[in-house]
Ligand binder design. Structure first.
Ligand code: HAM
Length: 418
């Protein structure tokens, strides 16, 4: 086929019929689970102030320094949101959501944008579902967030996953750890990859996240954050693990787990699948007790997660887990002549009022072509209407699965469909 003149941008895809049903199915499960956990939906704009994202996520992160789709109009700087935690924090402060009373349990589903190099499981426009629990520092909240995330995967049937957890401490614990890491890496600095050398000064914890081969042997023996946690962080982490265990959630402690966003404090976690390819993080999250204040609110502890929908789909496909299918059509009305077309317009309305799907031909196809069309749309039944049928009030009602036809009035057909 000739290539279309206009194509989607690299790393951005259309979701077409046949695929969109899978999305609807997943979104239904996410919404159902959110209702069970009593999380309320929040929808924020796709465009956010650049300053919010830069401050929220961190100037030195890959996302902010290299991957932002941003532009200006006049004095205003816009960025296509690369994630939704900073936007939700903004909305929480802007609309005084704390005044709703108690901790706020919010969830979202929507597109995010990062100008990364596209590959399998990594797009420039991708979709996340996620949740934020704002206004409590209780470790029970961390576990509630993880339980919500895990329950969605469980319902979908994607259980071949590994939950990795860590504590990245608070600024006090991290300052001590940063010094220890720099002391450890300094003697071998020139042997580290270029990117890790850059991170040495700015954010040495990110060296632990390096994928470069030459860094791996140094990372192996690096000091661990868990040895530098102050008492409050250590206690919080111990309780999170305790409650996860009590909830029957299996996890692996990974003291080298660091996340790509700067706002995390204490708990950090990632859900990994070996069935997605090299981009193996299905989802991730953690606690961010300082973000709300950073974006202009009162000190407010919070915890959340976000998961990639595309990666979830890749894993399901690899494991043969079925997602929603294109729905079959209930009735196709095959027409011969203009009077029959007019009759069909009314008939499909009556069928639709029963909550059944119905359609007809709109382009004047032959009877044979209409039956073909009904087949292609996977129709369960067809009604044949022409001048004779209109006169007698009796229509051939065809069961498309075995092509048997019985004469019926429209009232009888509606009864059968009901
Ligand atoms: P994140 O780890 O940057 O965290 O992204 C969460 C998930 O989004 C990833 O695990 C992955 O499944 C998916 N994802 C990220 N980038 C891409 C991409 N380019 N293509 C496809 N999928 C992608 C966050 O975004 C945090 N806001 C999570 C959070 C919520 N933390 C606290 N609350």
């Amino acid at each position: 086929m000739a290539q279309a003149k206009f194509q989607t941008h690299h790393g951005m895809v259309d979701i077409l019929p046949g695929e969109s049903e899978k999305w609807q199915y997943l979104e239904r499960i996410i919404r159902e689970t959110a209702a069970e956990f009593h999380f309320s939906e929040i929808r924020t704009p796709v465009l956010e102030p650049t300053e919010l994202i830069a401050r929220g996520i961190g100037q030195l992160t890959d996302i902010v320094s290299k991957e932002m789709f941003s532009f200006s109009r006049g004095e205003t700087n816009y960025v296509l949101r690369p994630e939704c935690t900073a936007p939700v924090a903004r909305a929480y402060v802007q609309h005084h959501l704390d005044q709703r009373g108690g901790a706020q349990k919010l969830f979202y589903i929507g597109p995010m944008f990062r100008a990364e190099r596209p590959q399998k499981g990594r797009q420039r426009q991708f979709h996340q579902f996620g949740a934020e629990l704002i206004g409590t520092d209780s470790p029970i909240a961390d576990v509630e967030i993880i339980r919500f995330m895990m329950r969605i995967y469980e319902k979908i049937g994607l259980t071949k996953t590994t939950l990795m957890i860590n504590s990245v401490g608070d600024p006090e614990s991290r300052a001590a750890y940063k010094t220890a890491l720099q002391d450890y890496f300094r003697p071998q600095l020139s042997e580290l990859s270029e990117i890790s050398q850059q991170r040495f000064e700015t954010n040495p914890m990110r060296i632990l996240d390096s994928k470069e081969d030459e860094d791996q042997k140094f990372i192996e023996d690096a000091p661990l954050i868990t040895d530098f946690l102050n008492e409050a962080c250590a206690q919080h982490y111990a309780e999170v693990k305790q409650y996860l265990g009590d909830s029957g959630i299996i996890f692996v402690e990974n003291p080298r787990l660091v996340r790509g966003l700067d706002y995390y404090t204490k708990t950090a976690f990632e859900l990994i699948s070996s069935d997605v390819g090299s981009q193996d993080a299905l989802g991730g999250g953690g606690r961010y007790d300082l973000l709300i204040e950073e974006v202009g609110g009162k000190p407010t502890p919070a915890v959340g997660f976000a998961s990639g929908i595309e990666r979830l789909m890749i894993a399901c496909e690899a494991l043969g887990i079925p997602l929603g299918e294109e729905p079959a059509l209930d009735v196709y009305v095959v027409t011969r002549g203009e009077a029959a077309q007019r009759w069909a317009m009314d008939a499909i309305t009556q069928i639709r009022k029963l909550g059944k799907s119905a359609t007809m031909d709109f382009s004047g196809k032959s009877i044979k072509a209409q039956f073909k069309d009904a087949d292609r749309q996977n129709s369960r039944f067809a009604i044949v209407a022409g001048d004779d049928e209109l006169k007698s009030g009796s229509f051939n009602f065809r069961d498309m699965s075995d092509s048997t036809e019985t004469p019926k009035t429209l009232a009888e057909i509606l009864d059968i469909l009901r």
